[in-house]
Every structure is written in structure tokens, then in C-alpha cells.
Design a protein around this ligand. Sequence first.
Ligand SMILES: CC(C)(COP(=O)(O)OP(=O)(O)OC[C@H]1O[C@@H](n2cnc3c(N)ncnc32)[C@H](O)[C@@H]1OP(=O)(O)O)[C@@H](O)C(=O)NCCC(=O)NCCS
Length: 217
Amino acid sequence: MTDRIGPLRLALEDVKTALVRDPAARSALVIALSYQGVHAVWHHRIAHWLWTHGLRTYGRLWSQYARRRTGIEIHPGATLGRRLFIDHGMGVVIGETAVVGNDVLLFHGVTLGGTTMSPGKRHPTVGDRVVVGAGAKVLGPVHIGCDARIGANAVVVKDVPDGATAVGIPAKIREHPSEREAGTAASSIDAGDSHIHPDPDAAPGYVEQREPAMYYI
Ligand SMILES: CC(C)(COP(=O)(O)OP(=O)(O)OC[C@H]1O[C@@H](n2cnc3c(N)ncnc32)[C@H](O)[C@@H]1OP(=O)(O)O)[C@@H](O)C(=O)NCCC(=O)NCCS
């Protein structure tokens, strides 16, 4: 999943990703020196290399060392895509057979975990550009479609389609406001366009573009 890009370029890409995705981020240097979520991804690259090159004991030891340093436990066998950003990070657990796509955002307390003791594929597969809210648990070999959003503290035990938002315990796909209140003013603003806010003082037809709401701190 790393498309033959050198480790230094990958590391710079990780720092840039954090700079873009964390509105509280001020400097690349501070990110490189202090962001545990970024460090956890760097440690994982080493642990994963050891794991996939026949040095499983060392891979496992490295990941446990990383866990002590960062508060984030990523099994060395897990497959992570590029530009994964783990914001805040503490308490994140990613299981051995989990697969995470590109440009994924995980908040603290997220578990990509298993529900069975049997070996084999038992952890989630997460598509590109997925956002998993703080404290959410995604359990079993479920598939989270590209661009999906998992609400904070959700417990996901079934597949989530591309672009869907899943919330609650057990997580359910959130009904789209436009399906619920078709034709109302409220639905036209939130109909998948919650990032588009009309400015009452602007010229007719003007809309301000903003990031989709995810409630960052
Ligand atoms: C799920 C989420 C992406 C939805 O965002 P959204 O599309 O802007 O949704 P809204 O805030 O308009 O809420 C829509 C509905 O879902 C409900 N909802 C939103 N988030 C929820 C959650 N995590 N759990 C349960 N219900 C939730 C709202 O109460 C609302 O219900 P209603 O339609 O019955 O009134 C967002 O609420 C979320 O959980 N983001 C995670 C952010 C996070 O973890 N931040 C950590 C920063 S440190």
C-alpha cells in the first residue's frame, strides 16, 4: 500500500497530512516531535517490515514498545494505507488482520477489533477516506466502504456502504435528512451538503464552502 515511495517521503507525507487534518496543528516540527498518532504510524512501518520479513518476534516486540511510547496498539501484521492520521490517538487498537485504506482518519479510543478467537481474517477492512469517530468500535471482518463516517462511540458489527454514516449501538446507517424531510428548507441545507453554508449578506447564488462537519477539537 506504500506504492514504492521512500521512507523519508512517507514520513514527510504523514506530517503534512497531520498539518492539513488537525486544525490545532501549528508547525510541522511540533508534529514530527510530539504527535503520538504520527509516531505510531512510523513505528508500525518498522514493525510491519519485521513481521513481513520473517522476524515476527521482533515485529511484535517493536509494536509493544510503540504501544508503551504512544498509547496506540497496532498489530505488526495490520495493513495500513498512506496518509493515515490518528488524531489524539490514546487507546486506539488495530488488530492483526485489519486493512486500512488511504487517507483514513481515526480518533482516540477507536478499536478495529475481532469478535472470534479463531485465526484467519477476523478484523475490519476500512476503505479510503473513512473517518472513525472517537471511541468507536468496529468489530469483526466487516467492510467499511470508502468515504463512510462512523460516529463517535458507535459499535459497528455489520458492513457500512460507501459514503454512509453509521451511528449508535449497534450502529445503524443514519437516514439521510433529504429522505426524511424531502423538500424542506432544512433538508436542502443538510442534504449531504452540510459543508455548504449560504451567506445571507452575499450576492444571490453565493455559497461558502467549508469542510464537512466532523467536530474536531
Ligand atoms: C456521526 C457524525 C459524523 C455525524 O455528523 P453529521 O452528519 O454532521 O450529523 P449531525 O450532527 O447533523 O447529526 C445527525 C443525527 O445523528 C445523530 N448523531 C450524530 N452523531 C452521533 C453519534 N456519534 N452517535 C449517535 N447519534 C449521533 C444526531 O443526534 C442527529 O440525530 P437526529 O437526526 O435524530 O437529530 C458526527 O456526529 C460524529 O460522531 N463525528 C465524530 C467526531 C469525533 O469523534 N470527534 C472527535 C474530536 S476530538
